[in-house]
Design a protein around this ligand. Structure first.
Ligand SMILES: [Zn+2]
Ligand SMILES: [Zn+2]
Length: 74
């Protein structure tokens, strides 16, 4: 369950690193709380950190859809 993250940047498994679309903060799926637009997210690979999701009132900044919590399981 607990694995060191960022130990091998390329090709590591278990942790999937993404960036917040607003502040470019590094987010780790499976570790951090990450939100995504159900429409734009899979299409454009957009993720939001918790702070920005709150700032956006849980709405996508591109299409206005409600953001959903990304559930990532290994
Ligand atoms: Zn952010
Ligand atoms: Zn959207």
């Amino acid at each position: 369950m607990l694995k060191p993250r960022g130990c091998n940047a390329s090709g590591h498994r278990g942790w999937y690193e993404v960036k917040c679309a607003i502040c470019a903060k590094k987010l780790y799926l499976g570790d951090d709380i990450v939100y995504q637009c159900p429409k734009c997210g899979p299409k454009y690979n957009l993720y939001y950190c918790q702070a920005d999701a709150k700032r956006l009132h849980m709405k996508c900044s591109f299409c206005g859809s409600d953001l959903v919590l990304v559930v990532y399981s290994t």
